[in-house]
Design a protein around this ligand. Structure first.
Ligand code: HEM
Length: 202
């Protein structure tokens, strides 16, 4: 990369990812809110279905030896089990898998997906406060939105630092971006699917 390129791009890789996912994030945020997940437990349960599907599709990535070698506590960061327990708390069946899950991505692409999954824990700090209004908490029904061990901010900081310090080729940088964008698109599909499968009570 030349000095000129450096000047035109965000200094850090994670900042570039923030930048390119800003629009998809705003859209997804609006879509989540459009489904009024905090109005009723039934609506919230649909949101948990989407979260469970998303997390369960990422289990292989969170446990991938090559990725675990980069982020030591990666397996513990996965929230598939927490979301599954939330479904049980909410008397909601574990949904069947939805076609189109990420499959055998490259390492860089996988990191893009994980960036989105890990980043979503930041928004979760706001969401769990709303879930409390439905009588839910990080030990019942909203476990997957709970504060991770070691703290939300610290967990994110460590993940981002690792990501920013990796040596990646130009091709891998592009794969990373693709992974992050694909992850937002996928969550959008799963959210729509989750709210489509059971009609929202009026
Ligand atoms: C599947 C992925 C994601 C979903 C479903 C999601 C959802 C949301 C929602 C619904 C909010 C609004 C909370 C509120 O206003 O009550 C929010 C806020 C937030 N999210 Fe995300 N998010 C995702 C990924 C990310 C990523 C990748 C990052 C960071 C890189 C991030 C960072 C934040 C932050 C900092 C907030 C708080 C305030 C703000 O809007 O800036 N989220 N998120």
């Amino acid at each position: 990369m030349t000095t000129q390129d450096t000047a035109q791009r965000p200094a850090l890789r994670s900042q570039r990812l923030n930048q390119i996912t800003h629009e998809p994030h705003s859209k997804l945020d609006a879509l989540v809110k459009a489904h009024a997940p905090f109005e009723t437990s039934a609506n919230f349960a649909r949101f948990v279905v989407a979260q469970y599907l998303f997390q369960s599709e990422l289990v292989a990535l969170y446990n991938d030896p090559e990725l675990v070698a980069l982020v030591g506590d990666l397996p513990a960061r996965c929230r598939a089990e927490a979301a599954k327990a939330d479904l049980a708390d909410l008397d909601t069946e574990v949904p069947a898998p939805v076609a189109g899950a990420v499959n055998n991505p490259s390492k860089a692409e996988a990191l893009g997906w994980l960036f989105v999954s890990e980043g979503s824990k930041l928004g979760a700090a706001f969401l769990i406060k709303r879930a409390v209004g439905l009588g839910l908490s990080e030990t019942f029904g909203a476990r997957h939105l709970g504060e991770p061990a070691g703290g939300r901010a610290q967990g994110w900081k460590t993940f981002v630092k690792t990501l920013d310090e990796l040596e990646l080729s130009a091709d891998q940088e592009a794969e990373l971006d693709k992974g992050a964008i694909d992850a937002f698109n996928r969550f959008t599909v799963l959210l729509e699917q989750a709210y489509a499968t059971t009609p929202e009570p009026v």
